[in-house]
Write a protein that binds this ligand. Structure first.
Ligand code: 4AD
Length: 455
């Protein structure tokens, strides 16, 4: 009853506030400021209320005292309400902890949008530990949490950093089409669509298009969505993912491997040096250290030997023999045991795609590489490409692919063919490694996988 009588009004004799973001609080200690944001945490008592404000640039502890705390508006304030808040920033006393080392002593605040209380309160929607599928239905609310928002910030930094590295290496970014009529990584994972009566697909990889632009713009890269109708329900497979792909001309396999090492290491260095993302990586993945160069190089045949020696069986539960696929579980066991990045190289022709170039010293295997990282396994796949026309046609034949839609790709081997190689990097996979997430689903804003295409 008494609280109902207390209303909040602004003292007009106070200085006009300066509008700031939470990221700019340190340099704005002292004079009166105003901030917009959402109520991230709230603790109200008689005579004092503590509120943590979130505005997407950070978190700020705010203190409301006396009538401000006792007012009806404050006693009924809810988490996730949006507010405009006014006050002055004061350093917190030695030993007290608050984000940024200060708190806002509030003199006035307004509610912009009051979030629901009771059954509809956010705490009833998104409880930690709730069923993952339920949490995904409410992804638009869970993204407001500290973990997901941190991963998204690291993701943004990662994409910015890799673009910077490619730019420093003089590579050109291109934008390939997503609606295509070709496959790159096998027909079984294609999403088909009706394209004005013709059959088309959502792209699995932009590799073929990237290859075509080297003679135009030189070494090139793209960051585009790729789509895979994966039937496997694993922690590292999405139906749509952000694929970073690059293609380089006139280089040999070893130079190609060194390029991948360089791009990965330099990008990680930039992320760690980023004032926003660097500390977030350390929070998500305490003690994370950038990998050391050179990465371990392990040919496929040596990997089989390693797996057999460590009694890790193949898919059928037997010892590995040449030609076996190294499936996810075995690959992960090996990577986790070795505990550092591995270049797994020289895969047999039969278990790889039609376009991969054979090794000169052993035509059973290809100049191919998978980059394996602890806790995730494969984050990158790439190879040198067949540049000889006849050899390419044989590759198509071996895989039983109708070459009609590939004329543009085949012609590349006629009009000034050249040695080249490229790779694809799964953004969500490298983030799972960098941010120590259990699954790639935590590294995608609205993950798509079997059974989920919403919100
Ligand atoms: O190994 P993949 O299938 O290779 C290609 O697509 C090549 N054409 C790329 C190229 O050479 N330009 O895929 C490359 C990477 C994988 O290493 C993995 O990180 C990621 O893409 N990836 C996936 N990420 C999430 N969900 C999936 N279903 C993925 N499939 C592949």
């Amino acid at each position: 009853e008494a609280a109902k009588k207390i209303t909040i009004t602004e003292d007009k004799s106070l200085d006009k506030p300066k509008l700031i973001k939470i990221r700019d609080t340190t340099e704005n200690r002292g004079p009166r400021v105003k901030l917009f944001g959402w109520v991230h945490r709230l603790r109200t008592q008689k005579g004092v209320a503590f509120l943590v404000l979130r505005d997407g640039t950070g978190y700020l502890q705010c203190v409301l005292q006396g009538d401000l705390a006792n007012a009806f508006q404050t006693q009924n304030l809810t988490l996730e309400s949006s507010v405009a808040i006014y006050g002055t920033l004061k350093e917190v006393p030695e030993g007290a902890r608050a984000p940024g080392g200060h708190e806002l002593v509030v003199d006035f605040y307004e509610i912009i949008g009051l979030a629901p209380s009771g059954d509809d309160a956010i705490t009833n929607k998104v409880q930690e530990g709730a069923d993952p599928s339920y949490l995904l239905d409410y992804r638009y609310l869970t993204v407001r949490g500290e973990t997901l928002s941190a991963v998204m910030k690291v993701r943004a930094s990662f994409l910015r950093s890799i673009r910077r590295v490619y730019d420093e290496l003089g590579m050109t970014e291109i934008t390939p089409p997503c609606m295509v009529q070709t496959q790159v990584e096998g027909g079984s994972t294609l999403f088909a669509l009706d394209y004005y009566g013709e059959k088309a697909y959502l792209t699995q990889s932009s590799q073929l298009y990237l290859e075509t632009v080297i003679p135009s713009v030189g070494d090139a890269y793209c960051i585009a969505e790729s789509f895979r109708a994966e039937r496997s329900h694993t922690r590292r497979h999405l139906s749509e993912y952000t694929h970073i792909e690059a293609e380089l001309g006139f280089l040999d396999f070893e130079t190609f491997l060194e390029h991948i090492e360089e791009v990965l290491c330099r990008t990680v260095d930039y992320v760690l040096a980023d004032p926003v993302a660097g500390p977030l990586v350390q929070e998500l993945n305490p003690g994370f250290k950038a990998p050391e160069r050179p990465f371990m190089r392990m040919p496929y045949v040596d990997a089989l030997e390693w797996l057999n020696e460590h009694n890790i069986p193949n898919e059928e539960g037997n010892k590995f023999t040449f030609g076996d696929d190294i499936a996810e579980a075995a690959e992960r066991k090996m990577t986790d045991e070795i505990g550092k990045p591995i270049f797994l190289t020289r895969f047999p022709l039969e278990i790889k795609s039609f376009y991969m170039k054979k090794c000169v010293d052993d035509p059973r295997v290809t100049e191919s590489v998978d980059v394996l990282m602890p806790n995730v396994g494969e984050i990158t796949g790439g190879s040198m490409r067949i540049d000889d026309l006849d050899e390419l046609m044989a590759g198509f034949k071996r895989e039983g692919i109708d070459t009609a839609p590939y004329d543009f790709f085949i012609d590349l081997r006629k009009y000034g063919t050249f040695p080249h190689g490229g790779y694809g990097l799964g953004t969500e996979r490298i983030l799972a490694w960098l941010c120590d997430r259990f699954t790639v689903r935590e590294c995608s804003l609205y993950p798509r996988f079997t059974g989920r295409c919403k919100p």
